[in-house]
Design a protein around this ligand. Structure first.
Ligand code: G3H
Length: 538
């Protein structure tokens, strides 16, 4: 394995034809106020986690993107603000049907870019071909599901409500300007899970791609430009301090949609001069535990824990990041688990059946090594022979046993391929871990006995927001609510919840008398208002 890892990166001549792109891709365009502008200022180089060995030297620069300044960033905000125009702009006043039409148009254009976006996902963040394709397709499906959910919402709100002598029409209205920032691990999907619902509800958007996974958005700029009125979606790039801080400090952002670390979320929220006017929708950190009971079916448990902890190299907010195993089965579990880990296919994102690929974050292998070393120094055992062997951005998963609270890996979110295993004798030990943890996203329990599972479910549902039984933690299906307690999230996202998060319930009310009834009838029958209307979209 060591030799395989030493030679993990391909030579240029060994690259398959179908994954190559005309590198470097130097993105100079940005979208503000419906126009694609050319950036002439400084640019940031994009490094791929995939090193290409060329005649002994290693090269991995694949392109660059604009390092914008404060002035340009504020232009993006101005465009979004003018397009919203205090709720009087073309977009917030557009009918839902018309907005849906814009999205249908966008989706058609977006699908034309599938091939290049998928390739850029592989090159920029090292995601496997299968997972990159899944990310793209899941995003398109998310847009279609959002359209369907909006139609449902519209149908349900088209019926007036009559209560205590008052007739009301209750609908959802937009909130204003939304700043959308997604994470590097799902740069397309997770960014779009806020961007799409925010826009479709009539808000206007300033959108900053994550630091890693920027170029893959560039093929979609033209589609955004052609599908939406000017200023509805605007893009910014560069250092947060230069391009995001001024936008937040302006006080003109109504909703912050951010998926990333608690630290950055706190900084951004504090920059707003009137925090009470800022609504935040945040997807933050997590350290989801698996709790494996004595009677668990080990075959299924190992399978779920492998995908749960190591899909996309463990770089998922929903990944299983610590595994508690009952002491009576811990040895057997470790033996079976490490055997499966050692069988995982390693390689480049486009390799057939590849499971473990290079990591995009700079110096990640060194950081993971520090965590492993710290744990071993404090008494943990490295269980798998290839665990922790690394070459540049490639790091083979390390399975650690005998982990305890003195070690950093017990507490921090590793966001990478380390699997810490804690042996317990009393179920209270993992439960205390969950209660005392700063995080509260999800947990997985593996076991057979329904009575024991029932008690654990009732305890855990007040600690985390999804309890998975004999199944790994995950976000999907996207119609399920996705959220967390404590440092893990603020607000709930799902296809339908997101429509609610980016809008506010608003109603028109009339005292129920003959005069008002005839006004209601006239307005609805003559179609004199889009809001006060009993029409609905089929
Ligand atoms: O990184 C967090 C993602 O929302 C996880 O989504 O569970 O579908 O991989 P997933």
């Amino acid at each position: 394995m060591k030799t395989q890892i030493e030679n993990i990166f391909p030579e240029k001549n060994d690259l398959p034809d179908n994954i190559d792109l005309p590198f470097p891709i130097n993105q100079t365009q940005y979208l503000i106020n419906g126009e694609l502008h050319e950036w002439a200022g400084p640019c940031e180089e994009v490094y791929s986690p995939v090193y290409i060995e060329e005649k002994g030297s290693a090269g991995n620069v694949i392109g660059s993107y604009p390092l914008m300044d404060e002035e340009t960033s504020l232009e993006a905000l101005k465009a979004a603000k003018e397009a919203y125009n205090n709720g009087q702009g073309e977009w917030p006043l557009m009918t839902i049907k018309e907005r849906i039409e814009c999205f249908r148009n966008f989706t058609l254009k977006m699908k034309e870019q599938r091939d290049i976006v998928v390739k850029l996902l592989m090159w920029e963040i090292g995601k496997s071909l299968a997972d990159s394709e899944k990310e793209f397709d899941r995003t398109v499906e998310y847009i279609n599901d959002t359209i369907d959910a909006l139609k449902d919402l519209d149908r349900n709100s088209s019926r007036p409500v009559i209560k205590q002598g008052i007739i009301a029409q209750i609908r959802r209205a937009p909130l204003g300007v939304v700043l959308c920032m997604g994470p590097f691990n799902y740069p397309l999907n997770e960014t779009f899970t806020t961007l799409i619902p925010a826009m479709i509800m009539g808000n206007t958007v300033v959108f900053k791609p994550p630091k890693l996974g920027v170029l893959l958005h560039s093929p979609l700029l033209e589609a955004f430009k052609e599908s939406f009125p000017k200023g509805v979606v605007n893009t910014i790039y560069g250092e947060g301090q230069k391009v995001v801080a001024p936008i937040m400090q302006s006080g003109e952002v109504n909703v912050l949609a951010f998926i990333g670390s608690c630290n950055v979320a706190d900084i951004l929220k504090k920059q707003h001069p009137q925090p009470h006017k800022l609504k935040s929708v945040l997807g933050l950190e997590a350290k989801n535990p698996a709790i494996i009971l004595e009677d668990a079916n080990l075959e299924n448990t190992v399978k779920e824990c492998i995908t749960g902890s190591l899909s996309y190299n463990g770089q998922r907010c929903t990944a299983l990041k610590i595994i508690f195993v009952h002491e009576n089965i811990v040895e057997e579990f470790i033996e079976k688990f490490t055997a499966e880990v050692e069988k995982l296919v390693i390689g480049m994102p486009w390799d057939k059946n590849v499971a473990i690929t290079p990591l995009p974050e700079p110096n990640k292998s060194e950081q993971l090594t520090e965590l492993v070393t710290d744990a071993i120094e404090k008494g943990a055992k490295l269980c798998n022979p290839s665990g922790g062997i690394y070459n540049k951005s490639f790091f083979f998963p390390a399975v650690l046993s005998d982990v305890n609270s003195s070690m950093k890996i017990y507490h921090v979110e590793q966001f990478g391929p380390i699997v810490p295993i804690v042996s317990y004798s009393d179920i209270q030990e993992p439960l205390d871990y969950v209660v005392q943890s700063n995080y509260g996203q999800q947990a997985s329990i593996f076991g057979k006995e329904s009575k024991e599972l029932g008690i654990l479910i009732d305890t855990l549902v007040n600690q985390v927001c999804r309890v998975n039984i004999n199944s790994q933690c995950q976000r999907g299906p996207d119609i399920f609510p996705f959220t967390g307690r404590k440092d893990s999230a603020e607000g709930t996202l799902s296809v339908s919840d997101a429509l609610r998060v980016f809008s506010i319930r608003t109603l028109v009310a009339l005292k129920e008398n003959d005069f008002n009834k005839s006004i209601f009838t006239d307005i609805t029958q003559n179609k004199e208002s889009d809001f006060l209307s009993t029409d609905f979209i089929l």
